[in-house]
Design a protein around this ligand. Structure first.
Ligand code: ADE
Length: 223
């Protein structure tokens, strides 16, 4: 079983997406366990504060270093070989290769921040900083959920057919999938490419390869 942990102030964020479709089945079948750790449980002091204003002034609040580092320590205690990933817009860019790299590990811990970000000293306690893309989310939770979803569907036995994950877009570096069609044959005057109805498997494979090549080229240009 693969062990995923999420350090968050909002564990309830994950209830619904983990209770749907493929992640739900993967958890029920024991392919993955996802445990949320509430960062607030590690706050000290009368008010259990997890945020504070930045030194030097400026708008917004930062997550305090102590409760975050204590929550990371708890995650490492529960899963000593866990790879701790901090979600931040300034981290390494997430992609399919990263998802494949993560599922090869015993366990992953995703650290989600809120407010304007983390106290920079948190960086010394994580193994990696990861970004979903060049935009700012209101917290790390939606990014962590995307990472979880991308990983879970790649775990052995999770997808119906073992080929599905192998044939995914991006499994081969920089390559995207070919276009897919299902019934009806004609929709709003748009027809399914006739080769797909030909029954000629060699021709179909050649067409798909060429379409994937063209789309990958287009995808690269628009990136
Ligand atoms: N937290 C806020 N924005 C983020 C992003 N783009 N990726 C990962 N974590 C984030």
């Amino acid at each position: 079983m693969f062990f995923a942990q999420v350090l968050t102030l909002f564990p309830e964020f994950f209830d619904s997406p983990l209770n749907c479709s493929i992640p739900k089945r993967a958890i029920a079948d024991g392919a993955v366990a996802v445990d949320c750790i509430q960062i607030r449980d590690f706050a000290t002091g009368k008010h259990k504060n997890v945020d504070d204003s930045p030194y030097g002034g400026g708008p917004g609040m930062l997550m305090k270093v102590e409760p975050v580092v204590a929550a990371i320590a708890e995650a490492r205690k529960r899963q000593p070989n866990t790879h701790v990933v901090m979600l931040t817009p300034t981290g390494n860019k997430f992609n399919q290769a990263k998802a494949l790299e993560y599922i090869d590990k015993e366990s992953i811990t995703l650290l989600c921040g809120r407010y304007e970000g983390f106290d920079e000293r948190v960086v010394d306690y994580v193994d990696e900083e990861l970004s979903l893309g060049d935009y700012v989310l209101s917290g790390g939770e939606p990014a962590a959920m995307c990472v979880l979803d991308a990983m879970i569907r790649l775990l052995p036995g999770v997808l119906g057919s073992p080929e599905s994950a192998v044939l995914d877009s991006f499994t081969e570096e920089g390559m995207v999938d070919w276009p897919h069609y299902t019934r009806p044959e004609v929709f709003d005057g748009k027809v399914v490419p006739p080769v797909l109805l030909s029954g000629d498997h060699a021709k179909i494979e050649a067409w798909r390869k060429e379409q994937a090549r063209l789309r990958s080229k287009k995808h690269k240009v628009s990136r």
